[in-house]
Design a protein around this ligand. Structure first.
Ligand code: F0G
Length: 470
């Protein structure tokens, strides 16, 4: 049986809970420091959760990137590392796993996702090209811009509305695509940058119907589709759940079909693929693969390791197969939903529908008295840490950065604080503690003031910017 067993059980007997398809074999102790210590840690970190020490954090929901728990099989794979400089056995296992599950022909390993973004951007973008995308991701757009590209958002309007219940808020708006082609000409558009479950939109999926229609459009105009496959397993889960024809297909089958409508993919393997470090680029066109291989040796490492150790590639090859299992993906998304439901039950404003990897609290509604240039989402992340040592991150005006043309802040419609759930790491009780802390911060919202930015780095400012309370 391919589909999650819990799904069928639930239909048969009224209330039947789901549970994770694993048990815990090794634990890492965590503890909460005192309120005074948290205040000091927050001040030392300039009110930026990226600048905190992890030892000062209790429940770490900064990211789901590289924070997954590996399985006993992956750890066994670590012992099977072939650390040859060239032609490591583990590379061939990795290549075979990517070909089997994602279906692309040529594989170039990289140290993580942005390494692959760098290679594909430099290999395919000419200065002045336009890169349409279903909303931006920070590192993805920056690499496209550094290669001379101009990013154009072509996601459907519903994606910018935090309460619209559209089931596929990650979809590309084909009218926006057609308008762009009319305006700049298809020859100025090397590819569409398509992300499965759109991170900045709240982990919202793209439907199979949409990618098929996009493929037909792009074929007509000779435009390629490159996929950010970082969280495609979760995207496949939403397709299985929400598109009738896919209800009886496995996550693996859905993934394979979705990828077949695209020409290449880059991957941050630190997410869906269940490893702590790693990434890859996989493409169908030999000439793009060749350019990427020529560059990988300059920036990452030889084309059979790309910045990873042999053992990392082995854990990754195993993680690719484990991560795509239906029960795993179902329990992962349902844990996120569990947290979301607790918050919705208390009328705390979050991005809806709940997406695949995180809860995004809508900081504009949460702190409706704090203007966007006083960083409401950054404020909420700091307040949550001060309350309970729970670490989250800003995904709003700080993350959006400045417009390269005008130099002004970009003011995104979505001003969100992300609580990202690592895979196979925290329990339901941890989710309860997180929800109760958000509730406490919400109850104190009217007394809360915003922040001012006192240090701003040039690139990806959200990582290192510093703030002070107003
Ligand atoms: N694409 C998406 C959709 C991502 O979420 C990320 C990373 C990347 C590309 C870049 O990959 O980190 O391996 O270099 N997202 C992390 C996050 C950092 O917390 O969402 P990377």
């Amino acid at each position: 049986m391919s589909k999650s067993k819990f799904q069928t059980m639930g239909q048969q007997f009224g209330r039947r809970s789901w549970a994770e398809p694993w048990k815990i074999k090794m634990v890492e102790p965590i503890s909460m420091i005192t309120a005074e210590e948290r205040l000091k840690a927050c001040q030392d970190a300039g009110y930026n959760t990226f600048l905190m020490r992890s030892e000062d954090v209790y429940i770490d929901l900064l990211t789901d990137s590289g924070t997954s728990a590996m399985s006993d099989r992956q750890w066994a794979g670590i012992m099977m590392g072939d650390e040859a400089y060239a032609g490591s056995r583990n590379f061939y296992n990795l290549e075979a796993a990517i070909q089997k599950y994602y279906g692309y022909k040529y594989v170039v390993p990289t140290h993580q996702g942005r390494g692959a973004e760098h290679l594909i951007s430099q290999a395919t973008i000419t200065k002045g090209d336009y890169i349409p995308g279903n909303m931006y991701f920070t590192t993805t757009r920056l690499h496209q811009e550094l290669a001379g590209g101009i990013f154009v958002d072509v996601i459907i309007d519903e994606a910018h509305d935090p309460i619209d219940q559209h089931p596929f808020k990650g979809n590309v708006d084909l009218d926006k695509m057609a308008a762009l082609v009319d305006k700049v000409g298809a020859e100025k558009i090397p590819y569409v940058s398509l992300a499965g479950t759109v991170n900045m939109a709240g982990g919202q999926p793209v439907s199979m119907a949409n990618v098929k229609a996009l493929r037909a459009f792009c074929d007509k105009h000779s435009i390629r589709i490159y996929l950010d496959a970082t969280r495609m397993y979760e995207n496949a889960f939403f397709i299985q759940e929400r598109e009738d024809e896919y209800a009886d297909k496995s996550i693996a089958e859905i993934l394979f079909e979705f990828c077949s409508y695209t020409d290449a993919a880059w991957m941050s393997a630190k997410k869906d693929n269940l490893v702590n470090i790693g990434g890859w680029l996989a493409v169908n066109q030999a000439e793009v693969a060749e350019k990427a291989r020529n560059m990988v040796v300059v920036y990452e490492g030889l084309h059979t390791y790309g910045g990873m150790a042999g053992r990392d590639m082995e854990a990754l090859a195993i993680g690719i197969a484990e991560g795509v299992e239906d029960d795993h993906v179902a329990s992962r998304v349902r844990q996120v939903r569990y947290l979301g439901k607790l918050l919705l039950d208390w009328d705390i404003p979050i991005m809806e529908p709940v997406g695949g990897h995180a809860i995004f609290v809508d900081a504009k509604r949460f702190y409706n008295h704090i203007p966007q240039d006083q960083f409401p989402a950054q404020t909420l992340a700091a307040q949550l840490y001060l309350d309970s040592g729970v670490r989250s991150m800003e995904r709003g005006v700080v993350s959006a950065g400045r417009d390269p043309q005008t130099g002004d802040h970009r003011y995104p419609a979505l001003e969100l604080t992300r609580l990202t759930i690592p895979r196979r790491v925290y329990t339901q009780a941890h989710m309860d503690v997180v929800a109760e802390s958000i509730k406490a911060v919400y109850d104190a919202r009217e007394q809360t003031k915003g922040l001012k930015m006192v240090y701003e780095p040039e690139y990806l400012r959200f990582f290192q910017a510093r703030f002070e309370p107003i």
